[in-house]
Write a protein that binds this ligand. Sequence first.
Ligand code: GH3
Ligand code: MG
Ligand code: MG
Ligand code: MG
Length: 295
Amino acid sequence: MFSILLIDDEADNLAILTSLLKDEYRVFASKSGEEGLELIHTVNPDLILLDILMPNMDGFDVLKRIKSDELTQAIPVIFITGLQSPEDEEKGLRLGATDYIQKPFHHGIVKARVDNTIALVRQTQLLEELALLDSLTELPNRRKWRMESEFAWHKAINRSQNLAIGVIDIDCFKRFNDSYGHAEGDRALKQIARFLKNKLGAIDADVYRYGGEEFVFIIESDMLVALKAELATISQALEQEAYPHDNSTVAKVLTVSVGVYIIKPQPFEEFSDAFDYADKLMYRAKYDGGNQVVI
Ligand code: GH3
Ligand code: MG
Ligand code: MG
Ligand code: MG
């Protein structure tokens, strides 16, 4: 259910708007700009309906604050106000309001405008989700990885927690395509993606498609030593799934080489360096014959 935050100093307006919207939306009401700005962060609304004339902070200032905060600037705001001059309306729209409704308002028009704006929000959220998904394997993609891995890195620094960074590369995959064809290669990628998702999902790790036949994961945990044994079995478990690959130089089935770097990140360290090191461990696994995990 989409959520809407109302900011208006008049209790009557809040009551009318709430009853107009509450059947279809989760509605939150606040009586001042200050209270509204605080609620935004806890509620994370999909839309804000904002009054302009309020005792302390007026609606224009509230909107400026919303637009200057990276976390809230994308939330659409509709003004509902007693200010009726074209100059005020233009000012509101120039500040970034999505729409401008004058009081006294017609209930049906407010509802229709809210519904239309929420329809756009729904579309935008869908596109955002798709933009972060790999279309072949349906795993989260490299763009999502960039966001999540940096986030996990900084979180681990703040909590002085261990991280495991993993890089997984399919062995002899070019030969697989050459032997069985690209379509079969795509199917194999999907199967391996599903296998990795199940295997790593069981220990609460998300796996991402980093590129062609490469996958990555990151695990935030205090118990990585306990998980180490689990991580060490990734390649064996895949070998047991036995997807035939007659022309592999490693085994007669599809196999992977895996590098896992376990690190307690420090404030002066960069995630990219740690990731490069995990990649190096993967290459060590590869040059030691493939089909193994190097931790
Ligand atoms: P190594 O054991 O050293 O990793 O050898 P490799 O052949 O796996 O690695 P290389 O980097 O030489 O080749 C990767 C191959 O992965 C080449 C490319 O055709 C294939 N590949 C990458 N993305 C896709 C894809 O989406 N579908 C298919 N079918 N193949 C892909
Ligand atoms: Mg008012
Ligand atoms: Mg590769
Ligand atoms: Mg490879």
